[in-house]
Design a protein around this ligand. Structure first.
Ligand code: PLP
Length: 402
């Protein structure tokens, strides 16, 4: 494919660079025929939910892949976090990053636990252990780290803080399925880790999630909570919710896990292409992926330095949309600016300078099976041309807004 250097930018009245929209988090399908086979199977079995054989298979497969004793599959990642924090008796205050998807905080607030927002480390984008420790009070009952975009948290640093204060440490690993850290799979750190298998994640169940842990007592409590507290027919011993994963969802999970290597390989090659074709572009940095170990490369994140790039992150993003490049501002504006946190904790931003800055700079780019190296090269060419014509782009966007 040739890059059409002569084509006018869409924001300046030209035609879109891409005919079909390129999305961030476009669902992976896996082997469609294999999925359909499983669907036939489960329909034949008349076993559609309630701890069915596909759910068991999925749980066993995940536990083995991560290298932990227990996997409790759930109907989504948010319920996984709610059940996990409740099973650990978290209450009062729990320390979380604000630089994350809103569900990390909502899972707590939903149970009337106050999420206390700690700042992230500017180079790793994950909880800064020193900032966490500074926020611990007598009401603190736990810490939730988030492996943002699959970037592993400082697990040693956070564990030291947690141990020093005798607090349970868990992780929201929604972005990090298939990633490793220090020679172990993500999922094996802290007391437990929660995954999301939402359609936009690398491995998915349409909707789904799971908690993984080596703590069998904890897993038992979570299984009770997932199923209304039923300990046997007609025997309820605990307050519970309905967090069950159904068979058709588990069938999709099994199918997309089988495709994980292929998905990762595609993402990795796209990432390398982004890195090659954006090299040397002033003001636009592709955030480096962790060295060594496994990484799912599910998120490709740019950091835009407005001064050097000539356009702000928001301007670049706005100029890419009409090209059918639907980049997303993950994560903007920071959970502490969203309700109810903005009203409940209006001063939170004072301890979140890194989050405040990062949330103005980051831009998630399309990747996955909708793109290949040629497409990425073309996309990077569009970014270059947008920045080359920064003053005209800025003027065009300003008149559009007016
Ligand atoms: C997707 C996501 C969740 C929520 O998972 P669901 O399965 O959509 O409920 C939680 N935390 C993070 C960081 C996420 O990206």
């Amino acid at each position: 494919m040739t890059i059409q250097q002569s084509t006018e930018l869409a924001v300046l009245g030209g035609t879109p660079a891409f005919e079909a929209p390129l999305h961030v988090g476009r669902p992976n399908m896996g082997d469609r025929a294999r999925f359909m086979e499983r669907v036939e199977d489960l329909l034949d079995r008349h076993w559609l939910t309630n701890d069915g054989p596909y759910v068991h298979q999925l749980e066993e497969h995940i536990a083995k892949l991560i290298g932990v004793k227990e996997c409790v599959a759930t109907c989504n990642g948010t319920i996984a976090l709610e059940i996990l924090t409740r099973a650990l008796d978290m209450q009062g205050e729990v320390i979380v990053p604000s630089f994350t998807f809103v569900a990390t905080a909502h899972a707590l607030q939903w149970q009337e636990i106050k999420p206390v927002f700690a700042d992230v480390d500017p180079d790793h984008y994950t909880l800064d252990p020193a900032r966490v420790e500074a926020l611990i009070t007598p009401r603190t009952t736990g810490i939730i780290g988030v492996h943002l975009w699959g970037q592993p948290c400082d697990t040693d640093g956070l564990q030291e803080v947690a141990d020093r204060h005798d607090l349970p440490l868990v992780y929201d690993a929604a972005h990090a399925f298939g990633c490793s850290h220090k020679g172990k799979m993500i999922g094996s750190f802290g007391r437990a880790e929660a995954f999301s298998f939402h359609a936009t994640k690398a491995v998915h169940c349409f909707e789904g999630g799971a908690i993984v842990t080596d703590d069998s007592e904890l897993a038992k409590r979570m299984r009770l909570m997932r199923n209304f507290g039923f300990d046997g027919p007609d025997r309820v011993i605990y307050v519970g919710s309905n967090g069950k994963l159904s068979e058709i969802h588990a069938a999709m999970g099994l199918t997309t896990i089988e495709a994980l290597d292929e998905i990762t390989d595609r993402n990795k090659r796209n990432y390398i292409a982004y890195s090659k074709h954006l090299a040397g572009l002033p003001g636009v940095e592709l955030i480096p992926h962790p060295k060594g170990g496994l990484f799912n490369h599910h998120y490709v994140i740019l950091r835009v330095d407005a001064e050097r790039a000539g356009l702000t992150r928001d301007e670049l993003s706005a100029a890419l949309q009409p090209e059918n490049v639907l980049a997303r501002r993950y994560f903007h504006p920071g959970v502490h600016h969203m309700e109810p946190y903005a009203s409940l904790q209006p001063m939170a931003h004072l301890v979140l300078p890194v989050t405040e800055a990062l949330s103005q700079e980051v831009l998630a780019m399309p990747t996955g099976q909708q793109l290949d190296e040629v497409g990425v090269e073309k996309l990077c060419g569009v970014i270059r041309r947008v920045l080359d014509r920064a003053p005209a782009v800025r003027a065009a966007l300003a008149t559009k807004d007016a």
